[in-house]
Ligand binder design. Sequence first.
Ligand SMILES: [Zn+2]
Length: 206
Amino acid sequence: MKKSIPLFLTCAALVSFAFVKPDTKTTKQINVVIDAGHGGTDFGATSSSGTEKLIVEQITTKIKFLNKNENIVIHLTRNEDKYISLSDRTAIINNIKPDLVLSLHVNQSANLAKSGMEFYVANESVASEKSILIANALRTKFSQNNTLKSSEVKKAPFFILKKSVAPAVLVELGYMSNLDDREYLINDLEQNKIAATIVAFISELK
Ligand SMILES: [Zn+2]
């Protein structure tokens, strides 16, 4: 008797799948990889008030937390302060075969006045055209929702961008070397806003 129940359920499931038309509009699952740059012994951009590796990890955790859309699955290349090589990161990404990769970073410059967000895509990527479209849309979203100014989308042969088979955008969230940007980036409420903008953007992906 015990064994007949699961068997019955299997048959019922097969029958229902045969008659119910899948509604691709509502059931399409979107997989997004959020790649928090650096980690572990690799601190990235540093200042007396924070490190790039920690800022991007905090924002990544917030993105994962804020996503309540069950059709969107957020994957992380790291969820702790751990060093992961660029080739390991791209192996994780290409294994997941996501719809989108967002690699989060913080910039640094000898010119302390330099500030604002930057968006990068790679010409060498197989998904270069789609990456450019996504980067422009994400830039627009940030310019509507967030206070930090954002530059044009730029091209750069960054490893993650080149090697990812999925559309991929690297976002430099601001400059650690600029006082205003730094205060913005380490601020918990601003980090929440950055994460919320990314979650809202992902929710609108088709
Ligand atoms: Zn970085």
